[in-house]
Write a protein that binds this ligand. Structure first.
Ligand code: IMP
Length: 406
């Protein structure tokens, strides 16, 4: 069976968690390959809303193996909390169904502190992601293997020393305050040690054995460090290339599914050509409950923008689309879609007729209003990418699967 990557096609928050959770039903493995606790993948499970930040979204499916690969940056203290919260809900989280790459980098309280000092221009999530990847590239970072090998504390001291002179200049008490976090880090290390291993071989074996492997992207293509709206981006490669470097295994990823909201949202700063500042944007925020799953920040909202989808399709080679939150457009008329740019660079729009009937209970495409189907046909024609998954609400059964990868 082929590998399948679930990738955000916009600026993140497209609803990837729900799609991964659905496809994980028949997946042998779910793998995170980039990002860290900046992600917030929302899943509705047994009447509860769960937001997964670092644990892959396949964790709720019994029998599914969840791997966090080398391209990720992990906050061990938050990860322990997340594992304990899942166990508190009766979800099994053991080394048999969760593996963490020894090569993934450790996000420390120092990185979160550095993010709080420098991240506001970009509007980061404040989770220490950029500073951790920066230390990785500087070759002074700490890898998860240190937690398993029992030498975390000397490395933590070395990292504090490395940053001491720059930090002392801003806040002379910062380093001694941060040093106190050593105990919490050590406790988290002891808890996590059994989960840490070289995951590449099990991943490679699963691929060779034709098992269903799901790669769970975080953030979105326009937040990719190289291909996004730099410098207003995250610090990892969110596009398909990140799945190869971020796992260290040449997987056969035959399906690359674009998760795409029927409109556009963005949190944090940076360009957003189709942003709506007035009542329509407010309505999308209200109906779509557009508040950050990680930070609670109100998301900026705007019309669907097909030129940015063309950009992300170029990087990802999408084979299908999962269109989410289509139900949030009900009652809007007209529905605008940006299809190009004017010579001055502004979006040029096409207006499509809206529908009023509630679509959130539809269980087949044929039950959708004809104007809604016309909207879907328009998107498929324009992008030349088939819509294989349609999400009409947060619940698992509010999903129409037309041609799932397995
Ligand atoms: P960082 O990833 O926290 O460094 O933030 C960099 C940029 O990416 C900011 O604009 C964040 O708002 C954005 N970002 C990071 N993670 C997510 C996410 O999961 N969803 C949406 N935006 C995100």
């Amino acid at each position: 069976m082929p590998g399948c990557a679930i990738l955000g096609a916009q600026w993140g928050d497209e609803g990837k968690g729900k799609i991964v959770d659905l496809l994980a039903r028949r997946a042998h493995m779910v793998v995170r390959f980039q990002g860290g606790a900046n992600a917030g993948h929302t899943i509705h499970h047994r009447g509860k809303v769960l937001v997964l930040h670092q644990v892959p979204s396949g964790i709720l499916r019994p029998g599914c193996v969840n791997l966090v690969a080398n391209g990720c940056v992990l906050d061990p203290i938050l990860l322990v909390d997340e594992i304990l919260a899942l166990r508190g809900l009766g979800v099994q989280v053991e080394p048999s169904n969760l593996g963490i790459s020894e090569r993934a980098h450790v996000v420390t309280p120092l990185h979160r502190h550095l993010d709080s000092l420098s991240g506001s221009t970009i509007g980061t999530t404040g989770r220490g992601i950029g500073p951790c990847y920066t230390d990785k590239a500087r070759r002074v970072g700490i890898r998860m293997e240190s937690l398993a090998q029992g030498n975390l504390l000397p490395q933590w001291e070395r990292l504090l020393e490395y940053h001491a002179s720059a930090l002392d200049a801003v806040d002379p008490s910062a380093i001694s305050n941060l040093r106190a976090a050593g105990d919490s880090l050590q406790r988290a290390a002891s808890f996590l040690a059994p989960f840490i291993r070289d995951i590449r071989h099990e991943l490679h074996r699963a691929d060779s054995d034709d098992r269903n492997i799901l790669l769970e992207g975080a953030q979105g293509a326009l937040l990719d460090l190289d291909h996004g709206t730099y410098p207003f981006v995250t610090s990892s490669n969110t596009t398909i290339g990140g799945a190869y470097t971020g796992t260290g295994v040449h997987l056969r990823i035959q399906h690359r599914i674009a998760v795409l909201k029927a409109y556009t949202t963005r949190v944090g700063n940076g360009p957003f050509p189709t942003e709506l500042h007035g009542s329509i944007g407010q309505r999308l925020r209200r109906v779509g409950n557009e508040y950050g799953a990680t930070t609670g920040r109100p998301r900026r909202c705007g019309w669907l923008d097909l030129p940015i989808l063309t950009e992300s399709a170029m990087a990802n080679g999408f084979t299908a689309m999962a269109l989410t939150k289509l139900d949030c457009l009900t009652g809007m008329d007209p529905i605008r879609v940006a299809t190009g740019r004017t010579p001055s660079g502004d979006p040029s729009y096409q207006d499509l007729a809206g529908w009023t009937a509630d679509i959130s209970t539809a269980r087949a495409i044929s039950q959708l209003p004809s104007r809604c189907r016309a909207y879907l046909n328009f998107l498929e024609r324009h992008t030349e990418i088939p819509i294989s998954i349609l999400s009409l609400g947060p619940a698992r059964d509010q999903t129409l699967l037309q041609e799932p990868p397995w």
